[in-house]
Unconditional design. Sequence first.
Length: 410
Amino acid sequence: MDNSQLIIEKVEQYRQEIIEIQRALVATPALGPDNGGQGEAAKAALVQGWLEAMGLAVQRVDAPDPRAAGGARPNVAATYPGGPGRRVWVLSHLDVVPPGDAALWSSDPWRLRVDGDKLYGRGVNDNHAGLVSSLIGLKALIDLGIKPAGDVGLILVSDEETSSKHGLAHVLEARPDLFGPDDLIIVPDSGLEDGSGIEVVEKSMLWLRVEVIGRQVHASMPHKGVNALHAAARMICAVGEIAGRYPQTDPRFDPPGSTMQATRKDAGVQNINTVPGRDVFYLDCRMLPGISLGEVIAEIRRVFEAIAAEDGATVDVEIVQKLQAPPATPDEAPVVLALRRAVKRVLGLEARPYGIGGGTVAAFFRQKGLPAAVWQTAVDTAHMPDEWISLDGLIKDAAVFALVYAGFEG
């Protein structure tokens, strides 16, 4: 019997509950220590209570971190029993990014604001949207008394916004038995606004810290020093030239080529009349799959060292994060087909596989040979002031997840 219409109608009944869940999540900041916070413990406890109340069996795979409250970063894996079908895992992350300049927000970022279909607050999109929709989709089946086709797992991880060292990377290392190659693994942390895209491949991610050392002197006597800022500026200007040496394109991505950008810069000297003897800046590189990050690092070092030598400085290029893109999830993988069927039923769209330049934790799964897909009806408000998410979008996402759990065949 096809219960899809019954499930879709049931999910529609949770509008107010979704708002209240988002309200509680927004009011529970989860900033990692690298972002100036105490970690995700309070939010993990909140969500764990909901999961246990729904009847899920909860396991913790916490990662030690003395900087965080309680000395650990929480990772919560919860499962609900189903039939003999494929197990479904949906992974969301607990941590959020800082709100930034409060003056740029129209309201308190830590207090949910509801304006029609839009829910505002830090984290409502990134990544409460995935957490709420995956939870509500399962709740709909439980409340209807419909047994999932296979076991359903909801996993909530820490540390996604910085490195995932204390999040999914730790879980995969500590508990590789949790996941199997036949599982349907979904990461609702990126997507197209209309829900028509299923992300199956990502660019390689490379973050570099570049430290330039010169010799600090009084600005009236620059000939006695080596201006580290000048050398660093020349290196930054050379980034575009280096990027041009990798002209490959792939139409699955937007933009279709690799990108290299100078981003953050650490503070230098505090006064105007000093030639800086040290300067630090950072690069964010997103390279197409198939391009060796080792070769990219070697080329950046070669160019920067040549510039440093010309200026009489030295340079150190340190790897902050390096994630070589793993093989793509096949377009015909069971998880992709399951999502396509559910999306067509709920949204009336033919979803297509595509790639992104941003990184998601799906890459960690793919590195382990676990085909994962990234999907949600996403709005591009993550990390922005006045971050918002559509309530209608959350309901549609929840219905899609519910149909995947139920094993909807179309």
